[in-house]
Structure formats: structure tokens, C-alpha cells
Ligand binder design. Structure first.
Ligand code: PMT
Length: 215
């Protein structure tokens, strides 16, 4: 990238899913592949930023020449982000963090019986919500993956989590959201201004998100 317009900025980016263990062989997760977050990390690196990528388990290779922190569960991701938050200039949370985890993790493989099995879930911390009291000069960008009432739900999240921007993706759209090479997003700022983007490769969506930091 010819333009190093993010030179010197410390950017913390999260990507991928988290895994919430049920027992030693089973877990709860979601369809995130990490592609969106890794594309942001690569684009930010190319524009001169110091990038730290905190990633849940994925099958893709992270970009080179950045710091990579591998995490497993939502709790691990919370700790990794929390430790680095005060010294970052920008936090971009594109990870799909599990909202719930099994209330107890069995130490042994759960045996089947003839009965139904109930797994009780308990809330994970909401990372963005937990950090909102500690916000100083950071620019904080969240994502919203929605299947319905996209704008309404995304706007609620901006307010509740005190974000500067939210990148809303309607994950029911074709070639958009989880696992795809492209994404169709709307970026909403904290004043409620909405910018619509066409379906674009995740790399291009990434550059549009980073453009928010230089205007
Ligand atoms: O990884 P890909 O396959 O490329 O897919 C990309 C994506 C669809 C995962 C990505 O574009 C996306 O939308 N990421 C956010 C998915 C999500 O979990 O959204 P949410 O609406 O549940 O969460 C809202 C925001 O709060 C997100 O920024 C999320 O990171 C954050 N959050 C959520 C839960 C939690 N416990 N703590 C959080 O901070």
C-alpha cells in the first residue's frame, strides 16, 4: 500500500469464533472463519499501523509482520483484549464472541443415555460492554451480525457498548457475513449516520473501515 496513513497507530483487532467447551471432546461455536478480521489486520498493516490480532481458532493463516495472539474461549479473548486495551489507539471487534458457555464443563466425556440431555448455559462477559467505562481516546469499532432488524439492532449495540462506529452485516444475504470472501455492510456512526456499501471483497470492506480512522 503506497499510503502509510495509519503509521504509528496501535490497532487491536479481534477475529474468528470462540469455543465454549462442554466436555473434553465437544464445544459450542459459530460459523466465523476469521476472514473479515484477518482482512482488516492485513489492510491495517499495509497502511503502516502496528497491528495486534487476537484470534479465536481458525483454519486460515494470519498475515505476516503483525503480533498474533491465539485464544480459545470468550473468557480468553476478554483477557487478551482487556490487557491491551489501555495502550491501543483503535479497537476493532470483528470476532464472533460466544454470548454463552456451558455452566459446567465436564472433566470427562459425557456419556449418552436414553434420556434427553440438557446443557445449561451461562452468560459470558460482553467484551465491548465491559471496556466502555475505560474508554479514553480510543476509537472503538464493533460489528453487528444480524438476521433481522439490521439497523435497529445495530444502533442499539452502538449505544449500549458506547462505540464510535458499528459495521452491520445482514448475514442472511447471499455472499455476505460468515465464511464468504465478500461482505455487504452498512457502517453506522454514533450519531446515527448510515453509509451503505455494495457487496465487496472483505479486503475492500476492510479499507473502508480503516478510512474511518483517517477522516
Ligand atoms: O469471520 P468471517 O467468516 O469472515 O465472518 C465475519 C463476521 C460475520 C463474523 C463479522 O463480519 C461479524 O459480523 N462479526 C461480529 C459477529 C458478532 O458476534 O456480532 P454480535 O452482534 O453478536 O456482537 C456485536 C459486537 O459485540 C461485535 O463487535 C462483537 O465482537 C462484540 N461482542 C460480542 C459478544 C461478546 N461477548 N463480547 C463482545 O465484545
Amino acid at each position: 500500500h503506497e499510503n502509510k496513513d495509519l503509521k504509528g497507530k496501535n490497532i487491536l483487532i479481534t477475529a474468528g469464533p470462540t469455543r465454549e467447551d462442554i466436555d473434553p471432546v465437544r464445544f459450542i461455536t459459530n460459523r466465523s472463519t476469521g476472514k473479515m478480521g484477518y482482512a482488516i489486520a492485513k489492510a491495517a498493516r499495509d497502511r503502516g499501523a502496528n497491528v495486534t490480532l487476537i484470534t479465536g481458532p481458525t483454519n486460515i493463516n494470519p498475515p505476516s509482520f503483525i503480533d498474533v495472539v491465539n485464544v480459545y474461549s470468550a473468557e480468553d479473548m476478554y483477557k487478551a483484549v482487556e490487557e491491551r486495551y489501555d495502550s491501543c489507539d483503535v479497537l476493532i471487534m470483528s470476532a464472533a464472541v460466544a454470548d454463552y458457555r456451558p455452566k459446567v464443563k465436564s472433566d470427562v466425556k459425557i456419556k449418552k443415555s436414553d434420556d434427553d440431555l440438557k446443557i445449561e448455559l451461562t452468560r459470558n462477559k460482553d467484551i465491548l460492554f465491559e471496556l466502555k467505562e475505560r474508554k479514553r481516546n480510543q476509537v472503538v469499532i464493533g460489528f453487528a451480525a444480524e438476521t433481522n432488524d439490521l439497523l435497529e439492532n445495530a444502533i442499539k449495540k452502538i449505544n449500549k457498548k458506547n462505540l464510535d462506529y458499528i459495521v452491520a452485516n445482514d448475514v442472511t444475504m447471499k455472499d455476505s457475513g460468515f465464511g464468504t470472501e465478500t461482505n455487504t455492510v452498512k457502517i453506522i456512526d454514533k450519531f446515527g449516520n448510515i453509509t451503505d456499501y455494495p457487496n465487496l471483497p472483505k479486503e475492500e470492506v476492510a479499507h473502508h473501515i480503516l478510512d474511518l480512522l483517517v477522516k
